[in-house]
Design a protein around this ligand. Structure first.
Ligand SMILES: Cc1cc2nc3c(=O)[nH]c(=O)nc-3n(C[C@H](O)[C@H](O)[C@H](O)COP(=O)(O)OP(=O)(O)OC[C@H]3O[C@@H](n4cnc5c(N)ncnc54)[C@H](O)[C@@H]3O)c2cc1C
Length: 286
């Protein structure tokens, strides 16, 4: 398939992007790495009148440390994340997870902002973002805004991003120094996307009591989610095999599972339990 015809404009600054989005009144779409947008245009699932290329805007690139967070510019590619020393030092789970996204081509082009804005229910980054208490930085007509990831992701391909705003960065909390973290994924055998992906970050006091626990799950439902029942079950308790098994059984509690030709809702629920248990064993009984 080829896309319907469209116009193209290259923006030089964040303020120009906002002006362009305003002037196109919903008919303009940003393009970053193009690895989700272009396939959708080819399938004619989206037919933008104008593509606004944001790849020349330098201020949207790079990684910086601000207090206890790493701020990653929206245009930073997965490959740049993988090669960044700050990310390697402070967010090893992001390296582990991003390494599992697509192939080299996808990782060379795909961007952090593009993935978060696209909100594909089978994408990997949302689970990692939830486990790392991410905050999405936006810029729009009324200036800058910061939205916690749980309030940003609404549903499949649906976010809190206003029509005339763009994502400028995503910031991730640096876990406690003694924390362990992991990302485990059941790859779809054809697409490589997550049928289920579980990101876990946890730490314990010296006497073994869990004092920090975050579990983000992607792929299973309409939108990535925090496994809050699992977290509640474990927080303040000791990390034992028994506790981990009990907690993992709550991984898909109160969440509607997705269903397709490859995996039924029941199977996805089972995968949530199995992959959560694997992730918890890795971070709590390393
Ligand atoms: C073969 C293949 C395999 C893949 N495998 C995986 C995988 O295993 N796991 C995974 O998670 N993903 C996978 N992807 C998707 C890939 O990660 C995408 O590149 C990514 O999700 C989108 O980033 P992008 O920069 O390419 O965004 P684009 O395709 O350029 O844009 C996607 C959407 O986000 C919007 N957008 C982009 N940047 C911004 C911004 N700064 N602010 C606001 N809106 C913005 C666009 O308007 C568009 O609606 C795969 C893609 C391909 C082609």
């Amino acid at each position: 398939m080829i896309p319907t015809s469209f116009d193209y404009v290259r923006a030089a600054s964040v303020s120009e992007v906002i002006q362009l989005l305003k002037s196109f009144q919903g008919e303009g779409k940003l393009i970053a790495g193009g690895h989700s947008l272009v396939p959708m245009m080819k399938f004619r699932l989206t037919t933008p009148g104008t593509l606004i290329d944001i790849t020349a805007i330098k201020e949207l690139k790079g990684v910086r440390k601000e207090g206890n967070r790493l701020v990653i510019g929206a245009l930073t590619t997965y490959a740049e994340v993988l090669g960044d020393p700050l990310v390697a030092e402070h967010l090893p789970v992001l390296v582990e997870g991003v390494r599992q996204i697509g192939d080299i081509q996808v990782r060379n082009k795909g961007t952090i902002g593009g993935s978060i804005a696209h909100a594909d229910p089978a994408a990997d980054l949302p689970a990692l973002a939830l486990a790392l208490d991410a905050v999405v930085h936006l810029h729009g007509e009324d200036g800058e805004e910061k939205i916690p990831i749980q309030e940003f992701l609404f549903g499949p391909f649906i976010t809190a991003l206003p029509e005339t705003s763009l994502v400028t960065a995503v910031s991730f909390a640096i876990p406690p120094a003694e924390a362990h973290s992991t990302y485990v994924k059941y790859f779809h055998p054809a697409s490589g996307y997550a049928v289920v992906g579980v990101a876990a970050v946890a730490s314990k006091t010296p006497d073994g009591v869990i004092n920090h626990i975050r579990i983000g799950i992607t792929g299973a439902g309409d939108v990535a989610f925090r496994a809050e029942e699992v977290e509640k079950h474990l927080f303040g308790n000791t990390a034992s095999k028994e506790n981990i098994i009990q907690a993992s059984n709550l991984a898909a509690a109160d969440v509607d599972m997705g269903e397709d030709l490859f995996a039924s809702g029941e199977y996805r629920k089972h995968l949530c339990q199995v992959y959560t248990e694997r992730a918890l064993r890795a971070v709590l009984l390393p």
